[in-house]
Write a protein that binds this ligand. Structure first.
Ligand SMILES: Cc1cc2nc3c(=O)[nH]c(=O)nc-3n(C[C@H](O)[C@H](O)[C@H](O)COP(=O)(O)O)c2cc1C
Length: 196
């Protein structure tokens, strides 16, 4: 399966890191594009150093799944993910900042992440947006409704606690498990409700 993963500047880098290993573990071909703010959040949240260079941040983030990943710059309009003519099975933006959400909702495309999301919507393909902000303004709420009406799935970064989570990793797996389900991968990251 060919999957586009956009990483933008909302809090939630551990979700993105886990999603990468889950997709790679499931044999996916991953096209990865991270915004400048996305890399700053990854550097802050995963490596404790907001000033870590973009190259070093990407190297550390992709290391566990390197073979499965092709990296694209934010301005790489020649990437296959910039066109509907390329075959792509699913698109995920995790985490999705309110800035990126608003841009997608407006139809504007100022980087490859916005463009890939826009392609997914126009081609009626699976697009999972994983936003995070709190509290939410009327503008945020309207933008979420707009993208939902346009065909995207809004998977808010809000883990459930009902499956007996004992660690942050369990909470991360809860959310990432829902994301991989939504793009049709047969991966079980948490015990399913009602199963033995
Ligand atoms: C450490 C850090 C955490 C942030 N957390 C959030 C967040 O949770 N949600 C959000 O919408 N923006 C958050 N921001 C702000 C966005 O990164 C900022 O609006 C940026 O312009 C988004 O650009 P992008 O969508 O191109 O990544 C955060 C920024 C930093 C540096």
């Amino acid at each position: 399966m060919r999957v586009f993963l956009g990483i933008t500047g909302a809090s939630g880098a551990p979700y993105a890191a886990r999603l990468l290993t889950a997709l790679a573990g499931a044999g996916c071909e991953i096209g990865l594009c991270a915004s400048r703010a996305g890399l700053e959040v990854v550097a802050t949240e995963l490596y404790g150093d907001a000033r870590l260079s973009a190259d070093e941040t990407l190297a550390r983030l992709t290391e566990p799944a390197r073979e499965a990943i092709t990296l694209y710059d934010e301005r790489d309009w020649h990437s296959p993910y910039a066109s509907g003519s390329a075959k792509v099975d699913g698109y995920v933006i995790c985490p999705c900042s309110m800035g990126t959400l608003g841009t997608i909702a407006s139809g504007a495309m100022s980087n490859l992440i916005h463009r890939a999301a826009s392609v997914a919507l126009k081609e009626e393909r699976k697009l999972v947006l994983m936003p995070r902000e709190t509290p939410l303004s009327t503008i945020h709420l309207r933008n979420m409704l707009t993208v939902r009406e346009a065909g995207a799935t809004v998977l808010f970064l809000a883990p459930g606690f009902y499956h007996g989570a004992e660690s942050v990793a369990d909470l991360v797996n809860f959310v990432v498990g829902r994301a991989v389900d939504l793009i049709g991968l047969d991966v079980e990251l948490v015990k399913r409700w009602g199963s033995e």
